[in-house]
Design a protein around this ligand. Sequence first.
Ligand SMILES: [Zn+2]
Length: 154
Amino acid sequence: MGTFEDVVINAKSAAVTVGKEAGRLVDISKLRFTAAELQREVSKKHEALGRMVYDAYKSGSSANISFDEHICAIDDLYKKIDDVNDKINTLRRKSACPKCGFRNDDKAVFCSQCGAKLGSEANPDDNTVPSGPSADSDFTADASAADNNFSGED
Ligand SMILES: [Zn+2]
């Protein structure tokens, strides 16, 4: 029965789990911060681009300037934001159970709360379409067999 050592060991493993969880949360918040910064950068670039267009229009030289560089820079930032968001999603998906939301250990394959299978790195075939015999067959053998079987109690 629950010895003192058991309690200590449980407390220790719980502490490790909490530590890992905290680390992951820190990672996520760091990534969120990065995403926010990139988002701000995009806004700045948009603003600069808008100003450029305005100035060019005002000075009548809009045909001469190239926006390619600025567009590329913004696209680059968008790509970075996508990357960061992907990382955030991976970190979140890793830990949280899709069914009950319980946060499991990194290496957990099944949820320790409800037993659901956890998506690991990626979830390639998430849309599992139930394949099997659909109940739409015209096979009415059952009905015809039972139909003329009105033999009474002979
Ligand atoms: Zn679960």
